[in-house]
Design a protein around this ligand. Structure first.
Ligand code: SIN
Length: 309
């Protein structure tokens, strides 16, 4: 069993996968994740049309993390649905993830209607949390709009849907959002997207160009916030809503901690970008050895079983 996991009725041989944005913008990168030890992949967040994204430089790595403001560059929904159909034809048993987003509720409905009409049989992640679009807030920070959006979507959408959330920092926000999420037949939540609107300086200049240097923070500095969010959702959401843990994962220990907090799958983002797809084999091996040290055979032996002092 070891690293096998499940979201709704979808089974995965390995609980590790990429985070959307890393190694997933074109077929060639997706193929590398597909051939790695990862259990599956997720595409770059797809919009209705191709987008070039924000001006460069839009990514910078520093000692304890990274800052990005890519601005959702992607090749458009048709490209990713075509690519997924090809991967699926080669691996009919495998479940893949498609990430989608748009800039308004109407356009989100349009992109989801395209997905609904397609033959895509996998899991769909609606990204409600990109912090890098000038003039557009992170939708999941607007509770009423998120509630209305999901309410409308679930009157007609019937494929397995999850949402990617930004980090929250206050217990009352977790409570309010959990009440909304628990009303809908979502099959997973993914926590967290990057910690939005950080500022990194190099010399006297902002490290990245878009929005006067503001961007989403990822990598090691994001892990404590990510773990707090994963555990907050695990303790508040219906048990049939799986949690995907994302944020600060570069080692077997990081993955172990995400699962301990309640994650059924764990995404690797910043570290994957720097170390490449072999990282999945390395993290898997280390995670299995940590599990063996504790006497665990299966991730369900310790998933969500965080102990409190
Ligand atoms: C981006 O493309 O700006 C990053 C994706 C995201 O934060 O959702």
């Amino acid at each position: 069993m070891a690293l096998k996991t499940q979201i709704a009725n979808f089974h995965f041989d390995n609980c590790l996968m990429n985070g959307s944005g890393i190694y997933c913008s074109e077929r060639e990168s997706l193929a590398k994740i597909d051939q790695s030890a990862a259990g599956t992949f997720i595409t770059k967040t797809a919009t209705l049309e191709k987008r070039l994204g924000n001006p460069k430089p839009r990514y910078f790595k520093f000692q304890i993390g990274s800052i990005n403001s890519f601005g959702l560059p992607n090749l458009g929904i048709d490209y990713y649905l075509d690519a997924l159909a090809d991967f699926q034809a080669k691996n009919p048993e495998k479940t893949y993830f498609l990430s989608v987003a748009e800039m308004s509720a109407e356009k989100i409905y349009q992109v989801l209607k395209i997905v609904q009409a397609s033959d895509f049989p996998g899991l769909i992640e609606l990204n409600l949390s990109c912090p890098n679009i000038a003039g557009k807030g992170q939708l999941a920070y607007d509770f009423d709009s998120t509630d209305r959006l999901l309410g409308e979507i679930f009157t007609w959408f019937n494929k397995p849907l999850g949402i990617k959330l930004p980090p929250y920092f206050d217990p009352s926000h977790f409570d309010q959002m959990a009440e909304i999420i628990n009303k809908y037949p979502l099959v997973f939540v993914n926590a967290i997207n990057s910690i939005g609107n950080g500022l990194v300086i190099q010399g006297q200049k902002t490290a990245i160009k878009p929005q006067h240097g503001l961007g989403g923070l990822g990598g090691s500095i994001a892990k404590p916030t990510a773990l707090a969010n994963v555990h907050a959702w695990f303790t508040r959401l219906r048990p049939d809503i799986a949690i995907i843990g994302t944020g600060g994962v570069s080692s077997g220990q990081d993955a172990f901690e995400h699962i301990l907090c309640g994650a059924s799958m764990v995404q690797v983002a910043t570290a994957l970008g720097h170390q490449g797809p072999d990282i999945f084999a390395r993290i898997s091996q280390k995670l299995e050895s940590i599990m063996a040290d504790y006497g665990y055979h299966d991730i369900s032996d310790f998933r969500g079983k965080l102990q409190y002092r």
